[in-house]
Design a protein around this ligand. Structure first.
Ligand code: PHB
Length: 356
């Protein structure tokens, strides 16, 4: 039988009943203390028929936050809140992976402890505005991390991984995409360092690879994935030679024997050029390949049938269709997503999209 979206697969040691993944989606609906609350449990449980759910990006530390009401994985209350989520998803036969996030410079002092400056590889202010509790506010110039501060960042990823395992997650995904901290180190528009973490491709990839190795040492590599976005210009980022950079990253991640590579295959900024050979990238990596961005059922099936991807991650479709798997199976129409309720708010546009 031909392989398609409904064929089971393993991501490392995580077994999936189908190849339809729920992509990580920031929804800004955590409770007090950035703790997952009951509506978050309902939201994820409603989507448990996915082969795997990848959670919304989840800050690993106080300094990793850059948006209001994003659930963290660095306090006891947050671990307990997430445990209710994983229990509910597992009770429905689902699998769920936590996405580990540090926003770096995409933040604002008002979101950080003691109004600290956001941290980054280099002190370069992003164009644009931060989402704060007071509304949109211009980004500030971040503080460049000192060389001797980097081990503590790695340690925060390790502790967050231990917390995720305590919360019952099936695995963790290191967020190396979309202009956040690890991507800020990778790409040369944001990394102007002159130490071992800047300059050459090997140096710019060093922090990501150290983080992934340390995370794999505690979670086991076969429960670890990494998300990258070679072309995404979201959050005012770019690279002068993305193909060589990300081919190198994929090859080195392959040597770490991690479960999967998750690739945002384009830019979230409209009109950005897409000049990149994703198949060449994929060939550097021996684990599973999750493709993301603007796939539908037909293009997802085609990518799997042609061997360009193993699993497809659906984002917007999952906001509006908790039973996306059943809808694909029955060729049923999809609910349209209401953009006005993507970020923040309560139940509306979050847990009230109807199943078939
Ligand atoms: C967002 O909040 O818009 C957001 C967060 C994480 C991402 C991408 C977008 O990776």
């Amino acid at each position: 039988m031909a392989v398609d979206l409904f064929s089971p697969i393993h991501l490392g040691s995580i077994s999936l009943k189908n190849r339809i993944a729920m992509a990580p989606l920031t929804r800004n609906r955590a409770g007090e203390g950035n703790v997952p609350q009951d509506i978050n449990v309902t939201y994820y449980a409603q989507r448990a028929s996915a082969g795997v759910i990848i959670t919304e990006a989840t800050p690993i530390s106080d300094m990793g936050h850059g948006y209001p009401a994003t659930p963290g994985i660095h306090s006891g209350a947050q671990i307990a809140g997430w445990k209710k989520v994983t229990d509910a998803v597992h009770a429905k036969g689902g699998k769920i992976i936590l996405q580990l996030w540090h926003v770096g410079r995409i933040s604002h002092p008002s979101l950080l402890p003691e109004n600290a400056l956001p941290v980054a590889p280099s002190a370069i202010k992003p164009a644009g505005q931060a989402f704060t509790y007071q509304g949109l506010t211009d980004f500030v110039q971040p503080r460049a991390l000192a060389l001797d501060e980097l081990p503590a960042i790695v340690a925060d990823y390790v502790q967050a991984t231990k917390n995720a395992l305590a919360a019952g997650f099936d695995g963790v995904e290191v967020h190396g995409a979309n202009g956040y901290l690890l991507d800020q180190f990778l790409r040369d528009s944001t990394n102007k360092r002159t130490d071992n973490y800047g300059g050459s491709i090997e140096n710019r990839a060093r922090l990501l690879l150290e983080v992934v190795k340390a995370v794999a040492d505690v979670a086991s590599a076969d429960r670890v994935g990494v998300r990258i976005s070679p072309l995404n210009q979201f959050n005012d980022i770019s690279d002068s030679a993305p193909q060589v950079l990300f081919n190198y990253v994929a090859k080195e991640l392959s040597h770490l024997d991690i479960a999967y590579l998750h690739v945002v295959e384009g830019s979230m900024v409209e009109g950005a050029a897409i000049d990149f050979d994703f198949l060449a990238l994929r060939k550097q990596f021996k684990g599973a390949y999750i493709a993301n961005l603007n796939y539908d059922k037909a293009t997802g099936n085609a990518a799997i049938a042609e061997g360009r991807a193993d699993v497809i991650a659906y984002g917007k479709a999952y906001i509006a269709n908790p039973d996306l798997v059943e809808r694909f199976a029955q060729n049923a129409p999809l609910n349209a997503a209401d953009q006005s309720t993507f970020y923040g708010g309560g139940e509306k546009g979050y847990i009230d999209y109807p199943a078939l």
